[in-house]
Design a protein around this ligand. Structure first.
Ligand code: ZN
Length: 307
């Protein structure tokens, strides 16, 4: 694979632990540099704002709740409702902030449970979602829970985001994080083709261990780690398996609605990708089971309490 050109500079330090890549131990890979100190990946070269805008385009969130075809969007709403129920149970009484709120499915589910909610997301039309960054929220404290649901990996300064979250949480407040796990079996199996690398939109590629260690350093106490709750394990395997077939099939994009695709997928290739996905599904489920049992799941979910 040719090296990506996001018209940016080489990454010089780890976005998570801050270690300099000048020192020994950094491994440069396609589109990412692996930190010799903490093992996390930093997207490399660093994409410019323009190249990121182009990478997101208008396909990523075409219209609220209209990303996936088949039963995808319904499944998404169901899993967010389950997550909202957990957040409501685990966080102390008070407001919840959803950083990277997407189309607002999770905050809708939290509001339905009677929680006061705020969301942050760029270009959202949702009434409770503001187009601003976490450091622009002035007041210290005041939040009982902060959610980073598959959003921390999209941020160029994840360490600062979590530090800001610690500032905004009341003592005893809980941070809820779901991210891909670079130390997973599926990341190792598919390498540059791994779905959850999602270059250049993902700027940070944490390992489970590095994420937990960093949270501890910032002042959080880890209260729960789950290999299943962050979801997207089976699709990670299935997309990688289909991508390895001849014909350059792209299952993930084939499952999205037409307007929500980054690339146009022809009807024949779309049918082939979905057919291959159906056939390979049992193997993907098995592989996901193996990575869960082996302690190297494709995504991780961490809850941590601000002490
Ligand atoms: Zn590092």
């Amino acid at each position: 694979m040719t090296a990506p050109d996001w018209s940016g500079q080489r990454a010089t330090r780890c976005v998570w632990c801050g270690s300099s890549f000048e020192s020994a131990g950094v491994r440069r890979r396609y589109g990412r540099a692996i930190c010799g100190h903490c093992g996390s990946g930093t997207t490399d070269p660093v994409p410019t704002a323009e190249s990121l805008d182009a990478a997101y385009g208008d396909w990523y969130w075409p219209e609220a709740g209209q990303r996936f075809s088949l039963v995808g969007d319904r499944l998404l709403r169901f899993s967010r409702a389950s997550m909202a129920s957990r957040i409501d149970r685990v966080a102390p009484a008070g407001r919840i902030l959803d950083v990277g709120a997407g189309e607002g499915t999770l905050i809708n589910a939290l509001a339905a449970r009677g929680r006061e909610v705020r969301g942050l997301e760029r270009n959202s039309g949702h009434a409770s979602i503001e187009n601003r960054e976490i450091h622009e929220i002035g007041e210290d404290g005041g939040f009982a829970g902060i959610v980073l649901w598959h959003s921390l990996e999209h941020m160029g300064a994840p360490r600062q985001i979590v530090t800001e979250a610690a500032r905004l949480l009341e003592p005893g407040g809980v941070i809820f994080i779901a991210v891909p796990n670079l130390a997973s079996l599926q990341a190792a199996t598919f390498g540059d083709l791994w779905l959850h690398l999602d270059l250049p939109r993902h700027l940070f590629h944490p390992t489970s261990r590095a994420l937990q260690a960093g949270l501890g350093e910032i002042g959080f106490e880890i209260t729960r780690v789950s290999p299943t709750r962050a979801g997207q394990l089976v699709i990670g395997w299935l997309d990688g398996m289909v991508a390895r077939l001849p014909g350059q099939l792209n299952l993930y994009h084939s499952l999205r609605r037409r307007l929500a695709r980054r690339v146009e997928v022809g009807a024949g290739k779309r049918a082939a990708a979905i057919a291959a996905g159906v056939i390979l599904l049992p193997f993907a489920v098995l592989a996901a089971g193996i990575e869960i049992v082996s302690g190297r799941p494709g995504t991780i979910y961490v809850e941590a309490r601000r002490v």
